[in-house]
Design a protein. Structure first.
Length: 262
């Protein structure tokens, strides 16, 4: 469901009724006559709908985390806020960038439209920028030849699966964050798909090495062995970017989960 499109249609419809009443309908009503419901309701809702549409389109948009691909950074059920202008001002609905403000950095947690189905929003971490050479070999990440060092941490308990995963701190760009690795999962990439710029990647039984094409990004989940990401379905084009995730504001299962994250 394209909620932005629904808000846009509602804002236009209620705005037209409000404008028609101001310019024409009110003058045709007898003095002191009440507004009909089909004028009163749209006029009342129009400023609210317009404010929500503009807020979601240009400032901040809420999202809910549906899967565990970003555990332990983001848990299933987290409600997060996404900054819509960190990576440029974009026209709503068509998502076309009109004002350059900033660009994604390695380590950012980013929401984007899934390249294979742009009606679906995904969230992953930025690993590689345009022009980067990214290698994921035996579950270790190398960018332009430099390894993202992993520092062991206590094992992480997945309470839904009652399963422990190995946990590490990894520094991606300037951002230090946690990742999960499962020893029983192979380093080779399963379920390999065809995607644009597929020739930029070379796969083997240890992992994958890719050169990120211009205007694209290489994304990975922090739950490394339980994330379908750029290793499987390829690169994220700039026009698919939604915004930068930056804040957890609620989780019904864990009310204490509140605040910023890396």
């Amino acid at each position: 469901m394209n909620f932005a499109l629904i808000l846009f249609v509602l804002a236009v419809a209620t705005g037209l009724v409000a404008a028609a009443d101001a310019l024409w309908l009110s003058r045709r009503r007898p003095a002191g006559a009440p507004e009909p419901w089909w004028v009163e309701y749209p006029k009342s809702f129009f400023p609210v709908i317009l404010a929500v549409f503009l807020l979601r389109s240009f400032l901040v948009e809420p999202f809910k985390i549906p899967s565990g691909s970003m555990v332990p950074t983001l848990e299933v059920g987290d409600f997060i806020l996404v900054n819509k202008f960190s990576y440029g001002i974009r026209l709503p609905i068509i998502n076309k960038k009109v004002i350059e403000v900033g660009s994604p950095k390695r380590g950012d947690v980013m929401v984007f439209r899934y390249p294979e189905d742009p009606s679906v929003d995904y969230i992953k971490r930025v690993i590689g920028l345009p022009g980067d050479k990214v290698a994921v070999i035996d579950k270790h990440v190398f960018v332009n030849g430099a390894e993202y060092r992993q520092t062991p941490m206590p094992d992480y308990l997945n309470r839904d699966r009652i399963f422990y995963s190995r946990q590490f701190r990894e520094k991606t760009g300037d951002v230090e964050h946690s990742i999960l690795v499962e020893d029983d999962k192979p380093g080779a990439i399963p379920h390999l798909e065809s995607y644009p710029f597929r020739d930029n990647c070379a796969y083997n039984d240890k992992g994958v090495t890719c050169t990120v094409p211009p205007g694209h990004y290489f994304m990975m989940g922090d739950n490394r062995d339980n994330s379908a990401d750029s290793r499987v379905w390829g690169f994220v084009p700039d026009e698919n970017i939604v915004g930068k995730a930056f804040f957890i504001w609620f989780n019904m299962s864990e009310p204490t989960r509140f605040g910023g994250f890396k």
